[in-house]
Design a protein around this ligand. Sequence first.
Ligand code: COI
Length: 356
Amino acid sequence: MQSDIMTIHTQVTTASRLADLDMENIQFGKIFADHMVSIDYANGEWQTPQILPYGPIELSPATAALHYGQALFEGMKAYKTVDGQVVLFRPQANWARMNESAKRLCMPEIPEELFMESLKQLIALDANWVPGKVGNSLYIRPFMFASDALVGVRPSETYKFMIFCSPASQYYAEPVRVKIEEKYTRSVEGGAGYAKAAGNYGASLYPTKLAQEKGFHQVIWTDGKEHNFIEESGTMNVMFVIDGKLITPALSSSILAGITRDSVLQLARDWGMPVEERRISVQEIVDAHAAGTLEDAFGTGTAATIAPIKSIMYKEHEMELPAVANRTFSNKVAAELDKIRHGQAEDVHGWMVPVQ
Ligand code: COI
């Protein structure tokens, strides 16, 4: 018999930590809101969802996710509009992408209603944790992991799906210096790069650390065969404006279908800007820079939204890009996304979903 998945059992905290939060001085991902969602999957079905005070969870040392990486996550945000409403940015897109990741990792898909209702109730309960300042938000982290205690390698039979939240300000304090990666690979064709699999991030840490030791913020990932084609930038998708055209790598099995990526492309198309989703060779970027037609470069992601790229290092040559203040497209699109999210511009695509 199907469990009662739409009755959410809620235990409200008796010790809110909200008073400890300095809304004027938020550091990304360090403080967690009062409550969390926890839903177990067992016997082939999702169990009754719970909202609990945020806190540690107890796990067996043999928990499968800790050994074989059967774990995924999502990143999304809630905003406060200028008239005080709490709204979510494109939550259905996160739900759909989460289920794509789940399929790739042999994990159970989560029904839309279960995801959306538990999410909305959590954010409504912790609404006072949503910062009001334009540009700030409540970062929301849904995730799922294999919870069987078993050393054998096979898909788990039990899982835990959870959501917690963390107030967020800007992710990068300054425009990023990046280095084109010529040795390591984030993902290859046929791999799990398109999924938000925890392991993709674990494997990215070492090459990123090497780049950071040389003074770069992150690497630009290239294709796994020849390192000739651009894939992503750090934990973000990457875009360039060359000669008035917005260009980004086409989606593939090695590239994450970013929701910010999709939103930026949509706004560019709305504005009549030529948009190309296709393969981009490293040489094309080098040539455009030499010709003076590389007008803009930036990462797109939930955490950073738009992260301007200051310079790109390739084979000992650092290509400086135009001053960030003079970049027409990335500044315009970042400002427009902020306006839509905070209710200061019309939401023509129906991206914003109120929590109540
Ligand atoms: C995002 O920006 O969407 C991310 O996934 C970044 C996160 C890993 C902090």
